[in-house]
Design a protein around this ligand. Structure first.
Ligand SMILES: Nc1ncnc2c1ncn2[C@@H]1O[C@H](COP(=O)(O)OP(=O)(O)OP(=O)(O)O)[C@@H](O)[C@H]1O
Ligand SMILES: [Mg+2]
Length: 262
């Protein structure tokens, strides 16, 4: 079997007496471009898992492997450079910067020329500027944000800000993108659009791991689904398998809004 793109082995996270993740195993295999969802009721440990995968939290025990390389305990920016990028549950934007400026800003971290060369305006730095400008526009186009390129963030509706958050993640040229509730706060129309765009991003070769409460969206978008319940993984499978899994149905019973959409 070929080396998985991303693998969590026995990840456990304790916060004092609370175990937020317990012995969680997850494999994101090939080919690149799959969409894998992590679902579970509030407090199940989904965000904690993502934070451990991307280096924002050190696991109490267990390992994270990216292309077979042990990245456990590495800092988030190093992990991002190795190809795994996490976007945030809340999108952080600068109200006065345009959509294009946001993506360019995210790109600055990935320029090849050193700061000094940029200041001196050397040929390589100018080449970088041009290439990154084109790339930023390409990313906006993929995210269907071209029309908003020159609009300041404070004028963008929530739906577009969410997409901009993903666009900024893409500026790091990830192989794996972790999205934590990318569709939260969106209306059904905005969600449908964002789901279709996420699919397009995946089709461009970026593997997507996402946490999402909108079950309709999860079922529509995912190749595979992992289910967390009180920090433990209780099920894994295709959307059809998950929908029919008695353990999953039981975990979701008693939820206020029939979250599974059964
Ligand atoms: N930094 C922390 N310190 C202490 N407890 C924490 C911390 N972060 C998370 N927890 C606890 O760990 C458990 C899992 O939290 P987590 O945020 O991972 O859940 P989640 O599945 O993402 O929930 P939601 O669907 O509400 O976003 C919760 O009981 C939470 O209160
Ligand atoms: Mg969460």
């Amino acid at each position: 079997m070929s080396t998985p793109i991303l693998e969590a082995r026995g990840l456990t996270k304790r916060f004092g007496g609370l175990t937020a993740n317990e012995d969680v195993n997850l494999v994101l295999g090939g080919p690149p471009g799959q969409v894998v969802a992590v679902i579970g009721p509030n407090g199940a440990g989904k965000s904690t898992l993502f934070k451990m995968l991307a280096g924002f939290l050190a696991p109490s025990s267990g390992q994270v492997l990216l292309h077979g390389q042990d990245i456990t305990g590495m800092k988030p920016h190093r992990i991002a450079r190795l190809g795994l990028v996490r976007t945030f549950q809340e999108t952080t934007t600068f109200p006065d910067l345009t959509a294009l400026e946001h993506v360019s800003l995210a790109h600055q971290l990935h320029r090849e020329a050193s700061d000094l060369e940029v200041v001196l305006g050397t040929k390589r730095a100018r080449g970088d500027e041009q290439r990154l400008g084109t790339e930023a526009r390409d990313i906006l186009e993929l995210m269907e944000l071209s029309a908003a390129a020159d609009t300041a963030a404070r004028h963008l509706p929530q739906g577009l800000l969410r997409l901009l958050g993903i666009a900024m993640g893409l500026a790091a040229r990830p192989q794996v993108l972790l999205l934590d509730e990318p569709y939260a706060g969106l209306n059904p129309e905005e969600t449908n659009r964002a789901v279709a765009i996420t699919r397009k991003v995946a089709a461009s070769g970026v593997s997507v791991l996402l946490v999402e409460h909108d079950m309709k969206a999860v079922m529509a978008i995912s190749d595979r689904i992992h289910v967390l319940y009180f920090g433990r993984k209780i099920a894994e499978g295709t959307p059809e398998e998950i929908r029919a899994d008695p353990k999953v149905i039981e975990a979701y019973l008693g939820q206020e809004d029939e979250e599974l959409g059964l």
